[in-house]
Structures are given as structure tokens and as C-alpha cells.
Write a protein that binds this ligand. Structure first.
Ligand SMILES: [Zn+2]
Length: 329
């Protein structure tokens, strides 16, 4: 009798075992997908800059944030350090044909301050005051979504001599978008900027610096905007404190060179620590003899001198004019 029973029992056990195997076999795959989706962002070559601080939809647009338990102001903790450390983009082609710009070789002490992810209702106007006091012109890479909320700030920035660039609509990694999504992010934002200030932007910065030569060329050809990256990255979005932000801009940090002639300096006008850092930082740069220009002006100042790195510039404080490309946006 027990023998007879054991057959169905064995069959049952076999089925259960098979089911278990199937379950275990499939489950890891599912998990892997989920993890992949999550870590894709983390692994994103340039996933450094959290798009928007707290109150924004853009936060949801930041995949890293989406996967985090901290939905907002701490995207920094989400973006894995090593990733942030990766060189974001060095897309200058050897042939001299550039698909994007991280710094410009110039014959004078010119630098461009750039501020991403705004405009912010209170911080950007504060920054504009700081810049105005010092007669400094900067470049703002704005999000369409935020321009929609604060068009008057963008109008003011332009009236005070600053340049406006496109930074997408709500900060997704552009290199993962299909054509339709890309069009929305780029064209809709440019249209809104044009509507707001009467002129379409001619430069754009991809969120997280996430681009590749093909995408950058497409952005230039199809949307009429040069892709601008950066050579100085203070990682201000990690809120290290204003003093640290300042030091990193002046002296560099972890492979990101500090300010030097031709530098394009990355910052974000949606973080209080960044704005707090600006007066001392800008004053120090002015004291070293740097001249602030917009990105467009910097591009126009590109040296015609074929020599790779002439120290011909009245390089403030004897900075080496070695070109450097740095990390994140
Ligand atoms: Zn950004």
C-alpha cells in the first residue's frame, strides 16, 4: 500500500519541484530586469546631476530618484559615486570635428559660468542679483517645465545679458529616448524659450551629460543647437556646502580641473549651497583676472592658433592651460 501511494506522491513532489525550479528560474530574471532598469540609471555614464531639487516633477524624471526611497533632494545619495566619477563626455573628435564642447581653447583668461536645471523661483533671482553686482554674464541651461512656471525670470536673465540654453523639458537622459520623446524634450523646450524671450536657443546641455557623438550631431543638425558639456564640475548637487563648492570650482576636484582659461564651469541654480558659494567664488575668480563670458561668446573666442596649449594667455595665477574634461552635469 505505501508503495502505491508513493507513486502519486512522487509525481506530486516532482511537479512541485519542477514548479519550484520554474519559479526560481524565472524569478531571478524578473528581478534582474527590475534591477537593470534601476541600475541603468545608476550606471548611466553621466548620471550625476539630479535634475531638480525637491518640489519638481523633474525629480520623477530622474530615474535615479525614482528608484530611491528618498524621492527628492537627495538624488545625490542615489547616484553611485563611481558612476558620477566617470568621465561624462569627451566627444571631441580627433579630426577636429566636434560633436560637443567641454572647454574652449582661448588666448585669454575667459571662462563661462553655466547654471543648470532652473529657473528657480527664489534662488535664480538671487543669483541674478549676485551676477549683476559684478557685471558678470553667465549661461543658464533651463528646463522647459520650469520656464513654463517662471518665464519672467528667464526674461530678466536675458535682459541682464545672460544666455539661455536648452536643458530639455524635464530632465530625462536623452540618449534613452525614442525620436518622439527627443522631439518633445528639445523642440518643445526651444519653442517655449523662443516664445518667452523671442529667440530660440542655439546651445543645449543634455541632462547628466548623457549623449554620444551621433546624438550630439543630430541635436545640432536637426534642432540647431550645439551640445555644451563642461570642464569644471563641483558636484554642487550633492550639497557639499558652499565652501566646498567654491574650492572645487577654483581648484578642481577628483580629476575635474579647476577654473582655467577656456573652462566651462558647471553649477546648478536650484541649490542654495551653490548660490551661497557664488559671491566668494566669483570674487576669487575676478581677483585672479578671469573674464566671464557666455558660452556663445566663449565659442566665438576660440583660438585660431593651432598650437595645442599655448601658455600665451594672461593666465590668471599661472594656471596651466592644459585642457581638461571633467565629470558630471
Ligand atoms: Zn541638469
Amino acid at each position: 500500500m505505501p508503495r502505491r501511494l508513493s507513486i502519486p506522491c512522487l509525481t506530486f513532489l516532482t511537479l512541485v519541484t519542477i514548479a519550484l525550479f520554474l519559479f526560481l528560474g524565472i524569478q531571478p530574471v524578473v528581478k534582474a530586469e527590475v534591477v537593470t532598469n534601476g541600475s541603468v540609471q545608476a550606471t548611466a555614464p553621466l548620471a550625476t546631476t539630479p535634475p531638480i531639487s525637491s518640489n519638481q516633477v523633474g525629480a520623477a524624471a530622474n530615474p535615479a530618484v525614482t528608484n530611491s526611497s528618498t524621492p527628492t533632494s537627495a538624488p545625490a545619495s542615489v547616484a553611485p559615486q563611481p558612476v558620477a566619477m566617470q568621465t561624462p563626455v569627451s566627444l571631441n573628435n580627433s579630426a577636429g570635428e566636434r560633436s560637443s564642447y567641454s572647454s574652449i581653447r582661448v588666448d585669454g583668461p575667459y571662462i563661462a559660468m553655466t547654471f543648470d536645471d532652473g529657473p528657480d523661483a527664489t534662488l535664480t533671482p538671487r543669483l541674478l542679483d549676485i551676477l549683476k553686482e559684478r557685471h558678470i554674464h553667465a549661461t543658464f541651461f533651463v528646463l522647459g517645465q520650469r520656464v513654463q512656471e517662471h518665464p519672467e525670470i528667464v526674461v530678466r536673465a536675458v535682459a541682464e545679458g545672460h544666455q539661455i540654453g536648452n536643458h530639455s523639458w524635464d530632465h530625462p537622459p536623452l540618449n534613452r529616448l525614442a525620436e518622439g520623446g527627443l522631439r518633445h524634450q528639445l523642440a518643445d523646450t526651444s519653442d517655449l524659450i523662443k516664445q518667452t524671450i523671442g529667440k530660440a536657443p542655439v546651445i543645449m546641455r543634455p541632462p547628466y551629460g548623457a549623449t554620444n557623438p551621433r546624438l550630439s550631431r543630430a541635436i545640432e543638425k536637426e534642432y540647431g543647437m550645439k551640445v555644451i558639456l563642461w570642464s569644471v564640475d563641483p558636484f554642487d548637487w550633492k550639497n557639499p556646502g558652499s565652501k566646498v563648492v567654491s574650492e572645487r570650482i577654483l581648484s578642481g576636484w577628483k580629476g575635474s580641473g579647476g577654473a582655467k582659461p577656456g573652462a566651462i564651469i558647471l553649477s546648478h541654480d536650484i541649490h542654495k549651497g551653490t548660490i551661497d558659494a557664488m559671491p566668494a567664488t566669483l570674487d576669487a575668480l575676478l581677483a585672479k583676472g578671469y573674464k566671464f563670458v557666455t558660452v556663445d561668446e566663449l565659442l566665438a573666442l576660440e583660438s585660431k592658433n593651432p598650437a595645442p596649449t599655448p601658455a600665451a594667455s594672461p593666465s590668471p595665477s599661472g594656471h596651466k592651460t592644459k585642457r581638461s574634461k571633467s565629470k558630471a552635469s
